[in-house]
Structure formats: structure tokens, C-alpha cells
Design a protein around this ligand. Structure first.
Ligand code: TTP
Ligand code: MG
Length: 352
């Protein structure tokens, strides 16, 4: 049997979870304000299709994500259904995330419409993490037109449960000494990893709320396997996971190492140019703003030359080969070609 233990080791952290309200529907309303206040959903219009989401006016009729369109229409005959425009949602998502990313110590985007912010240091100028969260909500609304809900606590799990607590537009804070009070009546369905099957299994054993999982009978724990311990911890609000910045890929490159060193500039240029088709393949249409030629000499020293360019232009590549090679004019054992992704500026790599 597991028993409740207070978890104090992570109580000093300040984590904010932000989740956009009815995200795809909000973007549609942003682009066509006449849709606001009218029950509306985003998804396929055919009888066999399903909805991706619905605005809050539609939710009042019982319409929700993953509901078949025919069923939603039955519940709400006046429902307007807009087709999915994924590219547009990604574009708005990038704008929302750009605002959030620049106001925290560490940032982790976890889906198209939600992110964790570690603000353990950053919050101090705002008085409290809750004040910072409110400020961020206003900032996102003003800069992008999107309404978001915020959850504030000392770990990711509680922050996420909190952001879901008062949607739309809610700000919910769970202080460390109030976490068990918050969790006690909370349905086990709300915990990550508790799907319909697991919930049914728990309900069959008389477990419905987090409080019911504060002590788990040995027989139930056995039937849950490894998940029993995780469930016990989540039900007590224990979560040590850090907010992890997932680094975006910043460059795409190809390189070739030779069995025999290449000794002339003409060969170096030809080889660099022969890498262009492979580079295009790896780029898969992504835009870039600088290109770099990298050379490794037979003394194992590496040098590179970079130029501003949005295309793999042969003249620029040739010039970069020349610049890099003239630094040592030695035979070369490796040639690489790199494209720096995005549209913005970059820090130039230091030359040898
Ligand atoms: P969610 O954040 O789960 O939902 P939501 O933003 O629509 O509503 P809420 O206010 O409750 O947060 O998902 C974000 C987007 O992901 C959602 O707008 C549409 C898409 N989505 C699907 O395509 N299929 C699904 O089953 C779900 C749940 C979401
Ligand atoms: Mg959402």
C-alpha cells in the first residue's frame, strides 16, 4: 500500500502552463469575427468526418473534440463547421509561442497550442508567478488575438491540471500547501495516462478521484503494473520533470569524407558543388538565410566560411571554398555544406 507523503523537494519552482482556448476555433474566429458567439466547430463536414474542436458556444450544446460531425449536428443543428486549415493554425501558434518564449527562464512547447514556462527566477519582477501569468495572457491576447488559460504551480503536472480548471480565459494557481486539497476531489480521468480503459478498471475497484489513489490496494497495484506507482505519485501531485527547452534544428548539412585527400581548389569546389542535390533533399523546401562551407585539412584542423544567401548558388559556394582553403592551402579530407535555417539573422561561426 502506498501512503501520502508531502513532496517538498520541488516546491521552490514556479511553473506556468499555458493552453490556448478552443484553439483551431479561436483562429477561425480571429479571421472571421462574425463567427464569434455562434456555435462553431472545426472539422470535416461529411457525415463520416469528426470534429477537431468546437468553440465554447458549441460546447454548451455538448459538442466536443473528436465527436463525429453527424452527432454534433444532431446536438446542435445550427452548428457552423469550418474546414481544417492546419498551416494557418501553425502560423498563429508560432506567434503565440514567440510571445511566451521571450518571458521565462526555460520554455517547452508541448503541442500546437500549449507550453510550459519555468519562471522560477523570471517571475520576480512581476511580484508573483500568478501576476506574470495574467500579464502573459493579456500580452498574448493583445499581440495575437488569441485567448489562453494559465495554470501556475510548482511542477508541470499541477500547472497543467490548473490551466484546465477554469477554461476559457482562466488563471488558476495551486500553491504547494494547497495541492492535496485541489487533487482530493479531482477525477482520475484528468490525470495524464488515465484513458477510458484504465479509468474503467479503477472505477471497477471503487477508485474515482485522486484521493482514492492516495493508497492503492496491493491487488489493484498488481493489475496496473508499472503505472501504479506513477498513478500514486500523480494523485499526490508529485512530479519532478524539468521544463526542457527542445532545441529547434538550426541548420541542415551534408558532408563527405575522402579516402584520399583532395589537394586542389578546383577539386574542392567540384566536390562542394556535388553536395548541392543532397543538401536540397535534406532541406525539403525549408528556407535558409546563410550557407557555410566547412573544410577539414589533413592536419585535422577545421575551418569554415559563411555567406548570406537564400539559395545554394554555385558562385557563392565556389567563393566560400576559396576563402576557406586559402587559410591553410593544405590537402583536404572532408568537405561540408551547411544551410542555416529560418529567415532571421544569425551569429557567424568563428573562423579558424
Ligand atoms: P486542446 O488544447 O485539447 O483543445 P482546444 O484548444 O480546442 O480546447 P481547450 O479550450 O479545451 O483547450 O487541443 C488543441 C487543438 O488541437 C484543438 O483546437 C484542435 C486540435 N485537436 C484535434 O485535432 N483533435 C483532438 O481530438 C483534440 C483534443 C484537439
Ligand atoms: Mg487548448
Amino acid at each position: 500500500m502506498w501512503v501520502v507523503l508531502m513532496d517538498s523537494s520541488t516546491s521552490q519552482r514556479r511553473i506556468i502552463h499555458i493552453d490556448c482556448d478552443c484553439f483551431f476555433a479561436s483562429v477561425e474566429q480571429l479571421d472571421d469575427p462574425s463567427l464569434a458567439n455562434h456555435p462553431m466547430a472545426v472539422g470535416g463536414a461529411s457525415a463520416r468526418a469528426v470534429l477537431t474542436t468546437a468553440n465554447y458556444a458549441a460546447r454548451a450544446f455538448g459538442v466536443h473534440s473528436a465527436m463525429p460531425t453527424w452527432q454534433a449536428k444532431k446536438k446542435c443543428p445550427q452548428l457552423i463547421i469550418k474546414p481544417v486549415r492546419m498551416q494557418r493554425y501553425q502560423e498563429v501558434s508560432r506567434m503565440v509561442m514567440a510571445v511566451l518564449r521571450s518571458h521565462c527562464d526555460a520554455f517547452e512547447q508541448v503541442s500546437v497550442d500549449e507550453a510550459y514556462l519555468d519562471v522560477s527566477q523570471y517571475y520576480q519582477d512581476y511580484g508573483s508567478a500568478t501576476e506574470l501569468a495574467k500579464w502573459l495572457q493579456k500580452e498574448v491576447q493583445e499581440q495575437t488575438g488569441i485567448s489562453v488559460s494559465a495554470g501556475i504551480s510548482h511542477n508541470k503536472l499541477l500547472a497543467k491540471l490548473a490551466s484546465d480548471f477554469r477554461k476559457p480565459g482562466g488563471t488558476t494557481t495551486i500553491a504547494p500547501d494547497k495541492s492535496l486539497q485541489f487533487l482530493q476531489p479531482l477525477s482520475l480521468k484528468k490525470l495524464p495516462g488515465v484513458g477510458p480503459k484504465t479509468y474503467q478498471k479503477l472505477a471497477d475497484n471503487g477508485m474515482y478521484t485522486c484521493a482514492d489513489a492516495w493508497s492503492i490496494d496491493e491487488s489493484v497495484a498488481m493489475s496496473l503494473g508499472n503505472f501504479a506507482e506513477r498513478l500514486s505519485q500523480m494523485s499526490q501531485g508529485i512530479d519532478h520533470r524539468p521544463v526542457m527547452a527542445i532545441r529547434e534544428r538550426k541548420s541542415v548539412g551534408v558532408e563527405r569524407t575522402f579516402n584520399q585527400d583532395i589537394a586542389t581548389l578546383a577539386e574542392i569546389i567540384n566536390t562542394a558543388l556535388s553536395l548541392v542535390p543532397a543538401a536540397h533533399q535534406r532541406l525539403a523546401g525549408k528556407s535558409f538565410h546563410h550557407i557555410t562551407v566547412k573544410l577539414k585539412f589533413n592536419n585535422f584542423q577545421i575551418t569554415s566560411a559563411t555567406a548570406s544567401s537564400h539559395e545554394l548558388n554555385p558562385e557563392i559556394i565556389s567563393a566560400l571554398c576559396k576563402t576557406a582553403w586559402h587559410r591553410q592551402t593544405l590537402p583536404v579530407r572532408l568537405i561540408g555544406l551547411q544551410c542555416h535555417l529560418g529567415d532571421g539573422p544569425m551569429q557567424l561561426p568563428l573562423a579558424l
